[in-house]
Design a protein around this ligand. Structure first.
Ligand code: ACO
Length: 378
């Protein structure tokens, strides 16, 4: 093959590499469905537990199935003591780095660690769904020289996550918003982190390895890190009347406005609107309406870019919700990971079910046929 015959798809943009029956995305029209169910209905009517079940099993659960799944999740919340020792050793790391280390270490303690069957992978994925929130909050307490909060045996997934932050039971509103946030983040096709997880699973490595790698991919500011940067941006803007100048300044320096743009959505990200309402009500309820006003002013300033397909993405409104819930900024990306475990689990399972090594090609453009010169003669 000559170099003229080679077409380079940088960033694999627009490349289909397999088939999936998990998540449907129509980026042109801003449609997202998990297993054929529209995200708008799931965000408004479902719960994280039900949505996670739907993703893993492909159908909405009956009440009995949901109760059984819920009990399975609740029973897996507590971490092995050794994981807390590991988290102590990395307590000064960014929470995403600590999470990556914690998930990797958990592999050694999983009862199914030597079993890579689909059934065992689902069991491991379900345990990770419960253990990842515990790692995030255990590390959060350990880094403040506090003992981790023992997980609740009664609160739902979202409520328990908030509870483990400081041992205080969260308000019903805070739990409901967190739950919605997890539903919205549960899966999203072949994004950078899910693709990374699939590449790892493609070698027949285990789900702990795949999720560890997925966490690493998610941590970057072009992917999961945006919510943290949006909050930083909102703080720097300070008041809504300064938003337009701030945005203009970024754009004239050819910098990115965080929380805007998406590789797939060229219409509005269907997840963003659900969180926009949350920011509005929460910021008013907490007597801090300025945060919503600042974000809205940024949206207004970005309106001319909508024509080019650049709209607010899911991360744009998420950060302020976390902030108003008392979360430190560096927990924003781990929260994304907490919601995403069912998605990574089912994508690893799909990969295993018809596995193939994922191995694309690179066109070599460097020197050829160089003559080796011994070190003393160079
Ligand atoms: N602000 C300003 N301009 C933007 C933005 C933005 N946020 N996003 C894209 N653009 C512009 C680019 O400058 C580029 O313009 P040009 O053609 O004049 O050079 C054009 O839109 C296309 O941008 P690309 O980087 O080629 O688009 P890509 O699909 O690779 O980028 C990405 C997607 C990485 C998400 C990008 O929009 C971005 O950096 N956004 C900010 C970070 C962010 O919010 N990430 C979260 C994504 S959602 C998620 O992971 C859950």
């Amino acid at each position: 093959m000559t170099s003229e015959d080679i077409t380079i798809h940088r960033g694999l943009t627009g490349v289909y590499f397999d088939r999936s029956n998990t998540t449907y995305i129509d980026g042109k029209n801003g449609v997202l469905e998990y297993r054929g169910y529209n995200i708008n209905e799931l965000a408004e009517q479902s719960t994280f537990e039900e949505t996670a079940y739907l993703l893993i099993h492909g159908t909405l659960p009956t009440q009995a199935e949901l109760d059984e799944y819920d009990a399975e999740l609740k029973s897996a919340r507590e971490l092995p003591e050794q994981i807390c020792d590991v988290l102590e050793m990395v307590k000064d790391s960014h929470p995403m780095d600590a999470l990556r280390t914690g998930v990797s270490a958990l592999a050694s303690f999983d009862p199914d660690r030597n079993d890579n069957s689909v059934e065992a992978t689902i069991r491991k994925g379900n345990r990770l769904t419960s253990q990842v929130p515990s790692i995030v909050m255990a590390h959060h307490n350990i880094r403040q020289s506090k003992d981790p909060v023992k997980p609740s045996t009664v609160l739902n997934h979202a409520g328990n996550f908030l509870y483990m932050m400081d041992g205080n039971e969260p308000s019903a509103e805070a739990m409901a918003l967190m739950d919605k946030d997890f539903v919205l983040h549960a899966d999203h096709g072949s994004n950078a982190s899910a693709f990374t997880a699939r590449v790892v699973a493609g070698t027949a490595a285990d789900i702990h390895g795949a999720v560890t790698a997925g966490i690493a991919a998610l941590s970057g500011p072009s992917h999961g890190g945006a919510a943290e940067n949006v909050m930083q941006m909102a703080k720097e803007i300070g008041t809504a009347d300064k938003a337009a100048d701030y945005v203009q300044n970024l754009l004239s320096n050819r910098e990115r406005v965080m929380g805007f743009g998406h590789r797939v959505y060229k219409a509005e990200d269907p997840r963003a609107g659900h969180l926009r309402e949350g920011v509005k009500s929460l910021s008013e309820e907490m007597g801090q309406p300025e945060w919503y006003q600042i974000l809205e002013a940024v949206v207004e300033a970005m309106k001319p870019y909508a024509r080019r397909g650049i709209h607010a993405n899911v991360d744009f409104f998420a950060g302020v919700i976390y902030y108003l819930n008392g979360m430190p900024q560096d927990l924003f990306v781990p929260i994304f990971a907490v919601g995403r475990i069912p998605g990574w689990t089912i994508q690893v399972v799909e990969q295993f079910e018809h596995n193939i090594l994922i191995r694309p090609l690179l066109q070599y453009i460097g020197e050829r046929e160089q003559k080796y010169v011994p070190i003393g003669d160079r």
